[in-house]
Design a protein around this ligand. Structure first.
Ligand SMILES: Cc1cc2nc3c(=O)[nH]c(=O)nc-3n(C[C@H](O)[C@H](O)[C@H](O)COP(=O)(O)OP(=O)(O)OC[C@H]3O[C@@H](n4cnc5c(N)ncnc54)[C@H](O)[C@@H]3O)c2cc1C
Length: 334
């Protein structure tokens, strides 16, 4: 892989589900595609973190599960299931509020196997994907896109089309100079932050559920990661702070963040909880769009640049997939 574009090539920035879906559709249509991502592996916000604790705790610290409404996504998920990279999560999901534990409406919830990044890895198979490469600048000259990356440039790459598959603030930053209109549209979609606390325990917590939507001003969601299919059985929990708490406590020391969210869970569940054997904290600066667009993607026909991501189509895993398809369709137009 030399990162070299050609006259008909497409550069995709971002190897989350939106970028990879766009890339796959374009490659299937016969286009040469290069995907570039700053992360260590594909998946973006649908990802998994494994601890180095001897018990083998592991955590889906971003997206928790996904649901399926659209037929095109249903077909893709069926393919993932057949390949063994996704399966239904049969855990008991409840709502936790001041009144106690309440079951929520049953819905089929899917998860990646063995972690939430697995479907993205599957989408990436067979594509040219450069990981660990942050794009710092894109510009268009003589009808072709070029990209600068941290520490240099992509070797002599020139692409006819560009797909920017990033959260809106990052997309806006990249496109500010070459495509100010697209950048402005993206910048109008604010994203809420989420601080995630990842905790491992030496035995099962005395809680009679596996996932809970929490009605609390600190805590929004908790999940027993180890109840998902194909995971390590070591008792691992993911706690997502509410957007308000995450903003207020973004810089709070990790041990304070853990104490506050575990305290909120114990309060809401009405149970004393044991101290964790392992703790970790992760901050998602751009977690979810408060008011996502419903445009599918943004397309600048004269510059031949598409912008896509979950925030263009519903702020969920399914939205990222559909937005990637929309971007590929836009780019595919002559
Ligand atoms: C805490 C949390 C909980 C969530 N829970 C759920 C849920 O339960 N169900 C659900 O359906 N969805 C959930 N989501 C949303 C879901 O994760 C997203 O909808 C989906 O993963 C977004 O995919 P994407 O491709 O649009 O963006 P991303 O996954 O954000 O992909 C963007 C990619 O761009 C890369 N990148 C960024 N800047 C650059 C750069 N300059 N150069 C190169 N690469 C760059 C990043 O590394 C990343 O891989 C959750 C998200 C979070 C954060």
């Amino acid at each position: 892989m030399d990162g070299r574009g050609d006259s008909d090539g497409v550069l995709v920035v971002g190897a989350g589900l939106a970028g990879l879906t766009a890339a796959r559709a374009l490659a299937a249509a016969g286009r040469r595609v290069l995907v570039v991502d700053k992360g260590r592996g594909p998946g973006g916000r649908a990802s998994r973190r494994r601890s180095d604790h001897p018990a083998g705790f592991e955590f889906d610290h971003g997206a928790q599960y996904f649901t399926v409404r659209d037929d095109r996504f249903a077909a893709r998920v069926a393919g993932w299931a057949a390949a063994g990279v996704a399966a239904p999560w049969e855990g008991r999901i409840v709502a936790l509020d001041g009144a106690g534990v309440r079951d929520v409406r049953p819905t089929r919830r899917w998860v990646g196997v063995p972690g939430m990044s697995a479907p993205a890895r599957y989408q990436a198979a067979g594509l040219e994907v450069l990981q660990g490469v942050r794009v710092t600048r894109v510009d268009r000259r003589e009808g072709r896109w070029r990209a600068r990356v941290e520490g240099g440039a992509l070797p002599d790459g020139r692409w006819r089309d560009l797909v920017v598959a990033l959260p809106p603030a990052q997309a806006a930053e990249l496109l500010g100079e070459p495509c100010p209109r697209l950048a402005e549209e993206a910048a109008r979609v604010p994203m809420l932050p989420c601080r995630a606390v990842l905790v491992g325990f030496s035995g099962p917590l005395p809680l009679e559920f596996d996932g809970a939507f929490v009605d609390d001003d600190r805590l929004a969601w908790v999940a027993r990661n180890s109840s998902k299919p194909g995971r390590s059985l070591a008792e691992a929990w993911v706690l997502h702070g509410s957007a308000g708490w995450s903003e207020r406590r973004w810089d709070a020391p990790p041990d304070a963040a853990v104490r506050e969210l575990l305290g909120a869970l114990a309060e809401r569940a009405g149970r004393a909880l044991p101290g964790p054997a392992h703790v970790d904290v992760h901050g998602w600066r751009y977690a979810l769009a408060e008011q996502p667009l419903e445009t599918g993607c943004l397309w600048g026909a004269s510059a031949r640049a598409a912008v896509c991501g979950d925030w263009c189509a519903g702020s969920r895993v399914e939205g990222a997939f559909l937005s990637g398809l929309a971007a590929a369709a836009a780019v595919g137009e002559p």
